[in-house]
Design a protein around this ligand. Structure first.
Ligand SMILES: *Cc1c(COP(=O)(O)O)cnc(C)c1O
Length: 462
């Protein structure tokens, strides 16, 4: 069997990240402050270090990856590109399916690509402690890992219900030396206020974000900052090492993708794989690029493009994005990483341009795909990634019907070895599909009426 594992030498690792903002035909709408005016970089300075703020607003196409970051990424990068020959055989498809394996990082997902970069830039800026929030714990564990390697203190506010019900990633954070506490907590004003009103609340990502930001900006030493695991431009930038590696690996075997697929929660693993190929599409290549989301949280496929807050407590700047409304309470589907109410502004502007073709899948179809995957390829996938696999299987079947040798590339964003309770629920018949009812979506969207409107600007080329 040939070419089922396409590897790069360490010396072939990309030395620059790719910034799609430089090539989008219509520029991103700026983030807005509470006064409705664009936020200036110094307004963000209490929250993020200035070197990352500069990346956030950078118009440069290529940004050098510092050696200090590469030296850490070498532990698991370049990541393998694998060909899913056993799935191809199982489906009897003429399509050739390749996947970038991001599950091999120590925390088990793509998230450390940016966690390491963010910790490194913070350290460089003289920061000695990072705060963040986490839901099921994927992001918290990635940041805990990165902070340990860079000798930064790390404090993670973990949504109460996950803290109690999903202890394994909390333990991972503790193993890497982070302080992981349940949110809402008694340690911040935001947390205490919620606890007074609702002592038994299960918590939410919105509350945890508010606590993490408060803890960062109120530290009297000025040496604490906040870190976010997706959505923002600099986070997507750090993830482009995935697609840049994949491109080199495909070139090595003389392949070009016809279809590129990734699941999208905040948009970072999808963007990381796809943006270098979006650049090819802007330059004339014929590629179908598909971000995939759950029908339970249909941000890209049904929600409007609008200005909205990034958090439930309305403390962040307003971002122009597809959004279900900042008060959106996601149903408890197992793909915990795909339940965010918004989506990365860069991904959304590419959707508005017509460069991407978003798609939504039901939970049961995704688990069915995950089982097919495990029983052919052997790996047990994260529930988030299974959404991408559902799309891959659909495209591979279409290629069979059409008798076409399509080349499909997707991002294998993480393994599912910490998520086995979802598989248990599926296998014992206790999972159901959920499609967000229209009335419920409209209820959440009412909050957007009071906010500034986002203009949909497009070149009309796609
Ligand atoms: C967090 C996570 C996602 C979703 O987040 P993005 O920012 O959209 O990439 C997808 N897959 C895995 C395995 C994750 O941990």
């Amino acid at each position: 069997m040939e070419n089922i594992k396409i590897l790069l030498d360490e010396s072939d690792i990309p030395r620059q990240w790719y910034n799609l903002a430089a090539d989008l035909p219509t520029p991103l709408l700026p983030p807005l402050g509470p006064d409705g005016k664009p936020v200036s970089p110094d307004m963000l300075a209490p929250v993020f270090p200035m070197n990352l703020i500069e990346q956030e607003v950078s118009p440069e196409r290529w940004i050098d990856i510092p050696d200090g970051i590469l030296n850490i990424l070498y532990r698991w990068r370049p990541a393998p590109l694998r060909r899913a020959v056993y799935l191809e055989k199982h489906l009897d498809t003429p399509a050739r399916i390749y996947y970038k394996d991001e599950s091999q990082s120590p925390p088990g997902s793509h998230k450390p690509n940016t966690a390491v970069a963010q910790a490194w830039y913070n350290k460089e800026f003289g920061i000695n402690k990072l705060t963040t929030e986490t839901g099921a714990g994927q992001w918290g564990s990635a940041l805990a890992f990165a902070c340990k390697l860079l000798e930064l203190e790390c404090k993670v506010f973990m949504v109460r219900i996950s803290f109690d019900q999903k202890p394994f990633r909390k333990i991972m954070m503790q193993v890497w030396g982070a302080n992981c506490i349940a949110s809402p907590s008694n340690e911040t004003n935001a947390g205490r206020k919620v606890l007074e009103e609702m002592p038994d609340t299960p918590g939410s990502l919105g509350i945890a974000i508010s606590e993490a930001i408060e803890e960062a900006v109120t530290d009297s030493t000025g040496k604490t900052r906040y870190s976010l695991g997706s959505v923002l431009n600099h986070v997507l930038l750090h993830q482009t090492i995935i697609g840049l590696e994949a491109k080199k690996q495909l070139e090595k075997i003389g392949e070009k993708p016809d279809i590129v697929i990734g699941c999208a929660g905040g948009g970072s693993n999808f963007a990381g794989l796809s943006f270098p190929f979006v650049a090819d599409k802007i330059n004339g290549a014929e590629i179908t690029i598909i971000p995939v989301e759950p029908t339970a949280c249909p941000t890209m496929t049904r929600a409007p493009f609008a200005y909205d807050f990034g958090d439930t407590a309305c403390t962040t700047p307003l971002l122009a994005m597809h959004t279900l409304g900042h008060a959106f309470i996601p149903p408890p589907i197992h793909a915990g990483g795909l339940r965010y109410h918004g989506m990365a502004p860069l991904v959304c502007q590419a959707i508005v341009e017509g460069l991407l073709e978003p798609r939504a899948y039901h939970q049961l179809e995704s688990y069915k795909a995950a089982i097919t995957w495990a029983r052919s390829e052997g790996f047990i996938t994260a529930p988030e990634t299974s959404q991408a696999i559902a799309a891959v299987i659909e495209e591979a079947k279409k290629a069979k019907e059409e008798g076409k040798e399509k080349v499909i590339l997707f991002n294998y964003s993480g393994h599912g070895l910490m998520d086995l309770t979802g598989y248990d629920a599926y296998l014992s018949g206790n999972l159901t599909d959920y499609e967000l009812p229209e009335e419920e979506m409209q209820k959440y969207l009412q909050d957007l009426e009071k906010l500034p409107k986002a203009e949909m600007r497009k070149s009309g080329k796609w």
